[in-house]
Design a protein around this ligand. Structure first.
Ligand code: PMP
Length: 287
């Protein structure tokens, strides 16, 4: 699904067939989870292929690496240029790009000198599909910001996301909605959360979530569309009185939510801010 015999990937300065890319099983990322990745989308636009918010994604990647004591040897501009080269070499335009910084062999719990850069891309549909989602409130909290840098896109943080998504599916839902350590609504396992109530759009502040690049784009688009927005802490009980809700993320784009636990959002998706913002987002990424 992610590669075939023609796929080319970038590994530490070399362009090689995906099947030939390999690494040491003693690498620290595999054993202890310290590594950094990004999820970026490219779109076919009237002016050729365009990587959406490439600068923001690679800046977040370098910022995340710094927080995790991971040495990096590339600039944002170099990473963007490599990403365009990757798309060209694989002859793909509408693509999902996955860069990964992973560490060299080391079995201690200390920073490692060696950082490897792996870049790959594949054609990927919307991560959470196109149908409105049925969410379940997760029993797993987002990582406590006092125990890690929750704003960094660190490999190891995704065990939390995997536990939450798996639990939601086992309970018959499509996806999870997670709370922070204080009991306020935080985000989904791989997407930020918004809800609409009485003509205002709400999302939670930074602090317990991944600072989503799509979240920022949606806040900008809402302003352009004169949609009133408020960034504040809120609870599951607040969400269960909302008119409508949606998730945002690079892989998921904007996806409407049908229900949370046994509460069904009463507003028609087609009449919601979410639908208007989905349309605006789809135009924005292809502009
Ligand atoms: N939260 C989490 C936990 C995520 O993994 C993602 C996906 N990167 C998001 C939010 C959305 O972030 P972005 O819009 O930058 O893709």
């Amino acid at each position: 699904m992610y590669y075939n015999e023609n796929t080319i990937v970038f590994l530490n300065g070399n362009w090689i067939p995906a099947a030939q890319a390999n690494t040491s099983l003693y690498n620290q990322t595999m054993h202890y989870g310290n590594g950094i990745f990004e999820g970026i989308r490219a779109y076919d636009t009237p002016n050729g292929v365009k990587i959406f918010k490439a600068k923001e994604h690679y800046q977040r990647m370098l910022d995340s690496a710094k927080l995790m004591h991971i040495k990096t040897y590339y600039t944002v501009e170099e990473l963007i240029a490599l990403s365009y080269e990757l798309l060209e070499k694989n002859n793909i335009t509408n693509a999902y790009i996955r860069p990964l910084f992973y560490l060299g062999p080391n079995m201690t719990l200390m920073p490692v000198e060696e950082t490897n850069l792996f870049l790959c891309a594949w054609e990927w549909g919307k991560y959470l599909g196109d149908n409105l989602l049925r969410l379940g409130t997760s029993s797993y909290q987002r990582p406590n910001p006092k125990s890690c840098h929750v704003e960094a896109k660190t490999v190891g943080h995704y065990i939390n996301s995997i536990l939450a998504s798996t639990e939601a599916k086992q309970n018959g839902f499509d996806e999870a909605l997670m709370l922070d350590a204080a009991g306020f609504v935080a985000e989904g396992p791989g997407a930020n959360f918004f809800y609409e109530k009485d003509g205002c759009l709400y999302t939670c502040p930074l602090g317990n979530i991944l600072p989503g690049i799509t979240r920022n784009t949606i806040l900008d688009l809402a302003q352009q569309l004169n949609i009133r927005t408020e960034v504040k802490l809120f609870t599951i009980e607040d969400v269960k009185q909302a008119d409508s809700a949606f998730f945002t993320g690079t892989a998921a784009e904007v996806i409407g939510i049908k229900s949370l636990d046994d509460y069904t959002f009463p507003m028609e998706w087609n009449s919601s801010f979410g639908k208007r913002l989905l349309t605006a987002y789809q135009e924005e990424v292809r502009r």
